[in-house]
Design a protein around this ligand. Structure first.
Ligand code: BDR
Ligand code: CA
Length: 309
């Protein structure tokens, strides 16, 4: 079984990804850590508690960062237009959710869990990379103890979704993402290049709800607002399964095409949050910004129908 810590900012597509990890027979969800992003940290953490309560998920939840890695950065911008004011499609999540939280911070939870099982824990991060960067800062040695890091974020050969240059998870904390991508561990990055090609229509979702387990009723309810956003604002007949793509990659990597090379993030200016990969085969660039940066894996192609299935 693949042991996974899921670092998330629920978030509608985060909710689907959480259910996928919970129900997948080959995945052992050993913990969930929350981060600010789609909504403030109090809300994303409460949403994780709510989803655990409703779906009877037993993995511990540790609350994480509520602001950016770099103190000077104003990162208090959320996504109510995409995910609703409550982060879960305005379904009316109760203000108090009776579900326990781990006593540790997300950072400490990640460090402890990785150290307890060296080489066997995969980190899947589908929000801002703040918790991962803070864990690396507090305990740099975890880089060699983690099995793999899989993240949803970035836009390499396509435009971003917050600015023409930047995707939301990176734009929300570029310094943290740059720390994560340049650390000596294996990172696989699943960005808008592939996630925007993988959409689920409302018909598909309705058929799934009819045929599938009862958990899908809540997933369908909270997805309606997000589906409307994609229809009205993006012009897509279906919702993008951003975070689920990263989770499918864990057990079905053959459904993705990849490219390797060092990755860095633009921090500041017009292209703030832009992800750039220097392909390995053209390692001829001058300048210390790329010297010694390890190669990472960027997904450039996907088989959407198979991933959807
Ligand atoms: C990413 O940003 C968030 O809105 C989604 O949950 C996803 O992780 C897509 O850009
Ligand atoms: Ca997310």
């Amino acid at each position: 079984m693949l042991k996974v810590i899921f670092d998330t900012d629920p978030g509608v597509d985060d909710a689907m990804a959480l259910l996928y990890l919970h129900r997948h027979p080959g995945i052992d969800l050993v913990g969930v850590t929350t981060v600010f992003g789609n909504a403030p940290i109090e809300i994303t953490t409460r949403n994780a508690q709510y989803l655990h309560q409703q779906w009877k998920i037993e993995a511990p939840i540790a609350g994480g960062a509520g602001r950016a890695y770099d103190d000077g950065r104003d990162a208090a911008h959320f996504a109510p237009v995409v995910h609703g004011e409550d982060g879960l499609g305005n379904i009316g999540v109760p203000l108090d959710v009776d579900h326990p939280l781990d006593e540790r911070s997300a950072t400490q939870f990640i460090i402890d869990t990785v150290r307890a099982d060296p080489g066997n824990v995969t980190l899947v991060a589908v929000g801002r990379m703040t918790n991962l960067a803070l864990a690396l800062k507090a305990d740099p040695q975890i880089a060699s103890l983690v099995k793999e890091v899989v993240i949803m974020g970035g836009a390499f050969d396509v435009n971003g979704n917050v600015t023409p240059a930047a995707e939301a998870n990176i734009h929300g904390d570029p310094e943290a993402a740059d720390v994560v991508f340049t650390a000596p561990w294996k990172v696989t990055i699943i960005g808008l290049d592939v996630t925007l090609k993988t959409t689920m229509s409302s018909d598909y979702l309705a058929k799934m709800v009819e045929a599938g387990p009862s958990e899908l009723k809540l997933l369908s309810d909270l997805s309606q607002y997000y589906i409307d956003f994609y229809r009205q604002r993006v012009g897509l007949d279906g919702m993008a399964l951003h975070d689920s793509c990263a989770c499918v990659y864990l057990t079905e990597p053959h459904l993705f095409e990849v490219r390797t090379g060092p990755v860095r993030v633009v921090c500041g200016g017009l292209a703030d949050g832009k992800t750039i990969q220097a392909p390995d085969q053209v390692r001829k660039y001058v300048g210390s910004a790329w010297d010694g940066v390890p190669s990472q894996v960027v997904c450039t192609g996907i088989q959407p129908e198979a991933v959807l299935e």
